[in-house]
Structure formats: structure tokens, C-alpha cells
Design a protein around this ligand. Structure first.
Ligand SMILES: NC(=O)c1ccc[n+]([C@@H]2O[C@H](COP(=O)([O-])OP(=O)(O)OC[C@H]3O[C@@H](n4cnc5c(N)ncnc54)[C@H](OP(=O)(O)O)[C@@H]3O)[C@@H](O)[C@H]2O)c1
Length: 451
């Protein structure tokens, strides 16, 4: 592994590293590597505990695992950096179910897929690194290419996935519903998950947008999601968080008017740094949409709607960018404009939503479900990063050994933007190939750093 790292590091700062790096092709692939895993024998370790008390640090382990055989159409990547996504939090607390169920189900589908069904699950759905090997039939990528990986794994054997890859019946999220994920020194991906690494970013910056940037792109911009247009008022929950930090940037880039909801003055400041002018601090303003576990308070929906109108000069949101779920969904449906869209990709606070349907049907609103992104959407979202039009939101990074702590902070909502993880990269800041483009955007790239 050290030889691989040295070969990658030797290319640091060179003009055309991807081709010079071909040297890694000559290096042997290690028989094993270090990866962050959850263990099948520990899936019941948190039984009976409240969600909040389940501690990812107890369930995530860094251990040596055997390098899997590479199948046709796959690539083996030396991972320089990865990032924490909320799906790793879910995996680590075994909610809403153990991800070993996904691996078992996948393992039953084919001989090749059986490799994934193991008593350990190497997690992680983001990666930036260097291609070490490609499997049979891969011609677009070769050893030495500097890449990022999006997390859509599909088989595409069914006609259903050939219009929109997200509709493939064998659609999975890599590193969550498959094994050999990105929080590791090596990762196995399908070659069509690979995309060029944005040249002006360091490894940890390049690794961090993948999952959330692609998801926000489909959810907000794509015609499969809310199809945002210029002038739309967009209410964004968690606007400085993983998804929200990208949704806010996309709304501003696209000429829309984001109304950012956050829970602290620091997070409000981050939204303003991104360029947002309309910000609601939900904690400071004390919004409580539920009076008890079973009962929502429509007066609070109204108060929230009035606050939005106060900020927008009387307008309601054309789009509500939803993901907190149960706690906010009733309010989201209420405040959306007549004919507006509530687009949802998650239910962090609970997946059984309640809302007053009269506000939906009488005011002709739509609820749209959205999940990750198809190949094209992921590619377009990455292109925006590579062009310097969307910027990473890395606030902090951790060494691979500290992944549990990193996931714990995301679980506790104690983080800002994205939390990066250095896998093979020994320090932050390595891997920048286009310093000129970086210099043009240095302030934006760093606006979440150290927060
Ligand atoms: N379907 C998909 O493809 C997909 C993709 C990515 C993520 N997700 C899911 O989306 C959710 C968010 O992911 P993320 O990466 O954005 O996580 P994140 O970095 O934790 O950000 C979420 C933000 O939502 C806000 N929030 C949390 N609980 C809330 C509540 N009860 N009421 C109002 N706001 C709340 C918080 O912001 P404030 O405290 O500042 O308000 C938090 O920063 C997770 O459940 C994740 O699994 C789904």
C-alpha cells in the first residue's frame, strides 16, 4: 500500500498526472487493505436504545479485509479521501434496518454479487482517488486516472433502467447497499460510477460533494425533481448541512431565491457566506411544529409561513426542499405555494409523515419523491464542481482511524457542511492539479473550513 501511496504522491503538482501516474499499473495489488466496517455479529448491540443514544463510534471499526476479486466492468480504486454521509450513520446504528440485509439480498442475485455478502460491511459512499485496475470490458478508464466516484450502482439488465438509471430494479447505493465502499484504502466500484476528479480541488475536497451534490441536483434542478427555474422561491431545510449546502448554492446559481432554514447563528452565517440573504434560525425563533408526539400545531405552521412571507415580501415557496421528514413535513406542505412542489429525499426525524391533505389538494400542490441521481445527473453535478460553479463544503477532516468520531458528530448534528475523511492521503490539501482555477475560487472553497 505504501508503494501505491508513494506513486500517487510522486505525481503531486505535475502537469498531466493522470497519464504519468500509469506507474501504479505496474504495482502489485495488495492482498488486503484497511477499511471501516460494521460487523454482522454486532447488529443487535443497540437494541432497546433511543436513536439518539446509539453511538456510531462503538459500531464502526477499522480493520484489515481481503481485497476482493475484480469483476467485469468494475474498477479498483486507491482511495485518497472519502466523506461522511448520513447513510453511514444509519448503517452504524443499524437503523431503520441492518445493512447486512441489503448485502444478503444482493448476494443472492448473481455469482459476482455473492462477493458482497460477507460478515463485515465496508461502508462509505464517496471517494476520490486513483484507478489501480480495471475489469474486463472497461475501456474509458485506466490505471493512473484521478477520479471521484458517485454512488449509483445499477445492473442495467432490465429495460426499466434505460430511460432513467435510478429506475433500474437493481438500483443500489454503493457502500450502503453494496460492500467495498469508500471509507477504506481501496474500493471496488462499477466503472460507470467513475467521473474525473475536479483538478482544482484537494483529495478531501473532491471526495466530499459526490453523494449530496448529485442528490441535491436531481432533487432541485432536474426535471425528475423540482425542475427549479429562475425566480423560484426555494425553502431549504438544513441549508448549511450536507444536502442543503449544495441546494443553497444551486438555487443561487440558478437565479432562484433560497429561504434557508438552520438552527444556529453560525449556520446562518454560513448561508450568508454562500450568498443567501433570507435565513431563518429555527432554534432562535422557537418553531415547534408538534405540541406532543402525536399532535401537530397548525398555528406554528402559520407562524412559519408568515415569517417566510415577511422575508420574501409576501411570497410563498414554489419549492420546498425536504429531508427532515416527520418533524417538518406538515409545515412544508402547508407553506408551499399554491401549485408548488414539496420534493423529498429523506426522513431524518421519522418516516411516517403527517400533513393536512386539504392544503395539498385544494391548493394543487405536488409531493415528489427523489432519490440520489442517475448517471447523467451525477455527471452534470460533478461537472459544476469541476467548473468552479459549485464548491465543496468541507468543514473538518478526520483520519480514517477516527471515522467513528466523524460519524458521531454528523449523527449529533454537531457538524457543518461536509465532514471529510483522509483514507490514504496523509494530510489535507494534496492532489491539487489546477492551482490557477483554485486561486480564483479559494474563498468559496474554504468558506466552511474550521467551522
Ligand atoms: N435519498 C437520497 O439519495 C439521500 C441522499 C443524501 C442524504 N439523504 C438523507 O437526507 C438526510 C439529510 O442528509 P444530509 O447529508 O443533508 O445530513 P446533514 O449534513 O446532517 O444535514 C441535515 C440538516 O437538516 C437539518 N435538520 C436535521 N434534523 C432536523 C429537524 N428535525 N428539523 C429541521 N431540520 C433538521 C439540520 O440543519 P439545522 O440543524 O441547521 O436546521 C441538518 O444540518 C439524511 O436522512 C440522509 O440519509 C438522502
Amino acid at each position: 500500500m505504501q508503494d501505491i501511496l508513494e506513486a500517487i504522491m510522486a505525481a503531486d503538482g505535475s502537469v498531466d498526472p493522470a497519464r504519468e501516474l500509469g506507474g501504479v499499473a505496474g504495482l502489485p495489488v495488495p492482498e488486503s487493505y484497511r477499511g471501516v466496517v460494521v460487523r454482522a455479529e454486532e447488529t443487535r448491540m443497540f437494541d432497546g436504545m433511543a436513536t439518539r443514544d446509539k453511538d456510531p463510534r462503538k459500531a464502526l471499526h477499522l480493520q484489515e479485509v481481503p481485497t476482493p476479486e475484480l469483476g467485469p466492468g468494475e474498477a479498483l480504486v486507491a482511495v485518497m479521501a472519502s466523506a461522511i454521509n448520513y447513510n453511514t450513520v444509519w448503517t452504524s446504528i443499524f437503523e431503520p434496518l441492518s445493512t447486512f440485509r441489503f448485502l444478503q439480498r444482493y448476494g443472492r442475485t448473481s455469482e459476482l454479487a455473492r462477493r458482497h455478502d460477507l460478515p463485515y460491511h465496508v461502508v462509505g459512499s464517496d471517494a476520490a482517488g486513483v484507478v489501480l485496475r480495471v475489469g474486463a470490458g472497461v475501456s474509458r478508464w485506466r490505471p493512473g486516472d484521478e477520479v471521484v466516484a458517485h454512488c449509483l450502482s445499477v445492473e442495467l439488465e432490465d429495460a426499466a433502467g434505460h430511460d432513467d438509471t435510478m429506475l433500474d430494479p437493481q438500483q443500489r447505493i454503493w457502500g450502503f447497499e453494496t460492500n467495498f465502499g469508500g471509507l477504506a484504502e481501496l474500493a471496488v466500484v462499477k466503472a460507470n460510477q467513475l467521473m474525473p476528479k475536479p483538478a482544482h480541488l484537494s483529495w478531501e475536497e473532491a471526495a466530499s460533494p459526490g453523494l449530496v451534490n448529485s442528490t441535491a441536483y436531481r432533487q432541485l434542478v432536474s426535471h425528475h425533481g423540482a425542475n427549479m427555474k429562475q425566480g423560484d422561491v426555494v425553502l431549504i431545510w438544513g441549508a448549511s448541512g450536507g444536502l442543503g449546502g449544495y441546494a443553497t448554492q444551486m438555487a443561487l446559481n440558478g437565479g432562484a431565491i433560497p429561504v434557508c432554514v438552520v438552527s444556529s447563528p453560525e449556520k446562518a452565517e454560513l448561508c450568508r457566506r454562500m450568498g443567501a440573504e433570507l435565513v431563518i434560525d429555527r432554534s432562535a425563533e422557537g418553531f415547534r411544529f408538534w405540541s406532543d408526539e402525536q399532535t401537530q400545531d397548525p398555528d406554528e405552521w402559520r407562524r412559519f409561513g408568515e415569517r417566510i412571507r415577511e422575508l420574501t415580501g409576501g411570497e410563498d415557496p414554489d419549492i420546498v426542499f425536504e429531508h427532515p421528514g416527520r418533524e417538518t413535513f406538515g409545515a412544508s406542505v402547508y407553506v408551499a405555494k399554491r401549485g408548488g412542489t414539496i420534493v423529498t429525499c429523506a426522513s431524518t426525524s421519522g418516516f411516517l409523515h403527517q400533513y393536512d391533505n386539504r392544503y395539498l389538494w385544494m391548493h394543487l400542490k405536488r409531493i415528489v419523491g427523489s432519490h440520489f441521481a442517475n448517471y447523467r445527473e451525477a455527471w452534470e453535478a460533478n461537472r459544476l464542481v469541476a467548473l468552479g460553479k459549485i464548491h465543496p463544503t468541507v468543514s473538518r477532516t478526520y483520519a480514517l482511524e477516527q471515522t467513528g468520531q466523524a460519524a458521531y458528530e454528523v449523527h449529533r448534528n454537531a457538524h457543518q457542511g461536509k465532514v471529510g475523511v483522509r483514507c490514504l492521503a496523509p494530510e489535507d490539501g494534496l492532489g491539487v492539479r489546477d492551482p490557477e482555477l483554485r486561486a480564483r475560487h479559494a474563498e468559496a472553497i474554504n468558506r466552511f473550513r474550521g467551522r
